[in-house]
Write a protein that binds this ligand. Structure first.
Ligand code: NAD
Length: 506
């Protein structure tokens, strides 16, 4: 046990430890992967104070955006140099498959950090307005100031990527930040801190506090010196973060749950749409907020589509996430497994047909893992709980519809609005449907493709604000308008509405 890696927290440019520690275990094998320092509210105070002092010293916010961009690029290059190690760490801490972790969780994180570096170089931090001649000659400048100390609360499903979605725009805009990883997945974030430290990110600009969500996360959300909080996770906790943030009127970005409606129109390419539907609900074994978990199929191709879907699903391999042959890994925890199994049983009680259930691995080394086989429930209706609530596991709920209006009404009849999809051979027709969907993202003939240059976020109870794209920097800046009077012609000024007496002779 002495060789077990132990990770400390990163506060004010130094590594700090606690007497208590958290165990990080592989969700595939149950084996201990590492131990990690366990922060509390006292650590939050230190981290916020360090971030506030760094902001006030101004070393980061006063740095020209191009120079900040160079530092972000250097962090991304440092991460890329250790991407194999990060991929293995990601597989071990959250059970992502090695293929998914390499491409999506780590590969996207590095690429998206580079995008934010580039955005720092091009973002209009100062915008001069047109000269205004009435009533007197004046000019205006809008300055995009950093907000100050930001906090990022990160879930376990895509930890490094979702941390980059907060840290990238926060630092590009000149803020300082405190990140709180989920207890299951602190390792890749602490490696991110190491990568930042090695390339000379000034002390206090990035801080990472590990510890329980209701303690560390809740304190960050309410802390009077935190000016912005960005949260990704469950809708329930997101609401509590928003309530806590209200006390000092914090700027809030929330990326919450989803129940993505995936609409197959009657002219869709069935092969493509079948694979897209599987990818849509099974990435990360269904533990992705933007998953396509409600499949709406036109009645004319429903039965044929489901047959193809089941045939293709039978080919998927669930097993050791470290093996490149594995398609599907475990769920994050015993709690999540129990929750998903409850929903599978509930769906059948509600009247769904269990059209497919895959097999879980029989390997003894994986006996302690949290396995739930991919599951397809057909004959669902939109009023069922399995069609309305976020399950967050490898479960697809399939419904049939009569016409486009009905499909759109099913899709929009949800408290969520994070993602949706349309499959059709006719892009114009698909686009017309996409325009009517209440969703932050609509994919046409695709799923899960988050492009760093476009905004990502939800409507309704799926969230507030946007991550990615130039919108992301808007979320981490505040506009300050500077009015500059260029005229000495006192007679044209409107002071007279208040100061009407003649200037006294002194
Ligand atoms: P969660 O919302 O409890 O956790 C997300 C993050 O919030 C973690 O870092 C956690 O430590 C922190 N947190 C927990 N309680 C907090 C509090 N009171 N104040 C501030 N921060 C707090 O999510 P979970 O328990 O890991 O998963 C539960 C459900 O949430 C899942 O089944 C799924 O439906 C959903 N979920 C969604 C996403 C997403 O990407 N939108 C990610 C993870 C989980």
């Amino acid at each position: 046990m002495t060789d077990m890696p132990h990770y400390r927290m990163y506060v004010d440019g130094t590594w700090c430890d606690t007497t208590e520690s958290i165990e990080v275990r592989s969700p595939a094998t149950g084996q201990l992967v590492a131990t990690v320092a366990y922060g509390d509210t006292a650590t939050v105070e230190e981290a916020v104070a360090a971030a506030k002092a760094a902001h006030e010293r101004g070393v980061w916010r006063s740095m020209p955006p191009n120079d900040r961009a160079d530092v972000l690029d250097a962090i991304a290059d440092n991460l890329a140099a250790r991407s194999e190690q990060l991929t293995a760490l990601q597989v071990n801490e959250n059970g992502a498959t090695v293929r998914g972790a390499g491409a999506f969780l780590i590969g996207y994180a590095i690429a998206h950090l580079k995008y934010f570096a580039q955005l720092a170089r091009t973002y209009p931090f100062e915008i001069s307005g047109p000269l205004c001649e009435s009533p007197t000659l004046s000019a205006g400048i809008t300055i995009k100031d950093p907000i100050g100390v930001c906090a990022g609360i990160i879930p376990w499903n895509f930890p490094l990527l979702l941390a980059v979605w907060k840290l990238g725009p926060a630092l590009a805009a000149g803020n300082t930040i405190v990140l709180k990883p989920d207890d299951h997945t602190p390792l890749t974030l602490l490696e991110l801190a190491r990568a930042a430290d090695e390339v000379g990110l000034p002390a206090g600009v990035l801080n990472i506090v590990t510890g329980p969500g209701p303690v560390v996360g809740a304190r960050l959300a309410e802390h009077p010196d935190v000016r912005k909080v960005a949260f990704t996770g469950s809708t329930e906790v997101g609401k509590s973060v928003m309530r806590a943030a209200a006390d000092n009127v914090k700027n809030v970005t929330l990326e919450l749950g989803g129940k993505g409606a995936n609409i197959v129109l009657d002219d869709a390419d069935i092969d493509l749409a079948v694979d897209g539907a599987l990818f849509g609900f099974l990435l990360m074994s269904g533990q992705a907020c933007e998953s396509g978990t409600r499949l709406l199929i036109h009645q004319s191709l429903h039965d044929e589509f489901v047959r193809h879907l089941v045939t293709r699903a039978q080919t998927l391999v669930m097993g050791d996430p470290m093996s490149p042959a594995t398609d599907l890994g475990p769920l994050i925890s015993a709690k999540q497994k129990a929750r998903v199994e409850k929903y599978i049983a509930l769906g059948q009680e509600e009247g769904c047909t269990l059209a497919f259930q895959g097999v879980i691995p029989v390997d003894e080394a994986l006996a302690e893992g949290h396995w739930v086989a991919p599951t397809i429930l057909t004959d669902a209706t939109n009023d069922m709980r399995v069609a309305r609530e976020e399950i967050f596991g490898p479960v697809l709920v399939v419904m049939r519809y009569q016409d486009e209006d009905e499909a759109i009404s099913f899709a929009n009849d949800s408290e969520y609005g994070l993602s949706a999809g349309v499959w059709s051979a006719d892009p114009a027709r698909a686009l017309a449907v996409a325009r009517r969907l209440e969703s932050g993202t609509v994919w046409i003939n695709d799923w899960h493709m988050v492009n760093a240059t476009y905004p990502f976020g939800g409507v309704k109870q799926s969230g507030l604000g946007r991550e990615l794209g130039p919108d992301a920097l808007d979320e981490y800046t505040e506009s300050k308008f500077v009015h500059l009077d260029l005229s000495n012609d006192r007679s044209k000024r409107v002071y007279g509405v208040v100061v009407s007496a003649p200037i006294p002779n002194v």
